[in-house]
Design a protein around this ligand. Structure first.
Ligand code: DGL
Length: 265
């Protein structure tokens, strides 16, 4: 069973991508909506939440964990791998690999939350892979609330995206990493504003492809994890807005279960 966690509902873009490439695998999702957003929290708070989210998923039977939240992956991934003895996948490393191979002129833009951009994790990983690549990062803190409000096609959203992408356009990036769970929902607005020749890398799709490869290579180990049962979606708080975002992501109704009493603040 694949455990996936995120700060809220945005990580369901990752769950959907995984459902598409691995339809036989059972997914258990946890969205920590009660403590969301993570993107504006301190690294220490995010690390603590990420550990508790992982413990919750393991207690429900997860045998591998996907850190769907870029903010959590950027500050807590190493910590989690040290603390738990199960395979971890996170959204950053596969997106970095895809961005490096997609870039034609070595100029990569990254957009994400404040926590992700402040961690400089994308720069570090891209440079470690190929030192001559240049990385330009931009925090876009207004985009998560806009997506959560459902403002996916409003003039105001287009204007804010244009403003955020302005510096990256001036830097003439040829590749742009969507370094946040929510941004795939804005891809149709982002692509024309950054320029149609810029390769846009969706970290949800990148991690789903990596997971598929890992499971294919280790088929025997995960055979017993395949299960025709429905996937389970837990949230630490269930709201109507969360239901609506889930509907937009999956194009169907998601029946959330409440995960209660497990988390401290
Ligand atoms: N899931 C977060 C991320 O990908 C975005 C929402 C939040 O800030 O919690 O960075």
């Amino acid at each position: 069973m694949i455990g996936i966690f995120d700060s809220g509902v945005g990580g369901m873009t990752v769950a959907r991508a995984i459902e598409e490439v691995l339809p036989d695998m059972r997914i258990i999702y946890f969205g920590d909506l009660a403590r969301s957003p993570y993107g504006s929290k301190s690294p220490d708070a995010i690390k603590k939440y990420a550990r508790e989210d992982t413990e919750f998923l393991i207690s429900k039977g997860a045998r591998m964990i996907v850190v769907a939240c870029n903010s959590a992956a950027s500050v807590a991934a190493d910590d989690l791998e040290k603390a738990f003895d199960i395979p971890f996948f996170e959204v950053i490393t596969p997106a970095v690999r895809n961005a490096a191979s997609a870039s034609r002129h070595g100029r990569i833009g990254v957009i994400g939350t404040r926590a992700t951009v402040a961690s400089a994790v994308y720069e570090r990983k891209i440079k470690a892979l190929q030192n001559d690549l240049q990385v330009f990062s931009q925090a876009c803190p207004l985009l998560v609330p806009l997506v959560e409000e459902g403002w996916l096609n409003k003039q105001e959203t287009k204007m804010i995206i244009r403003r955020y992408l302005h510096r990256l356009k001036i830097k003439q990036v040829d590749t742009l990493v969507l370094g946040c769970t929510h941004y795939p929902l804005l891809k149709k607005l982002i692509q024309p504003r950054i320029g149609k020749r810029v390769r846009v890398i969706d970290s949800a799709i990148s991690v789903a492809q990596e997971l598929e490869e890992h499971i294919r290579r280790n088929r025997e180990r995960y055979m017993s994890a395949a299960d025709p049962d429905h996937n389970i979606y837990y949230l630490s708080d269930i709201t109507e807005a969360a239901r609506q975002t889930a509907r937009k992501i999956f194009g169907r109704e998601i029946e959330f279960q409440l995960a209660h009493g497990l988390f401290s603040n």
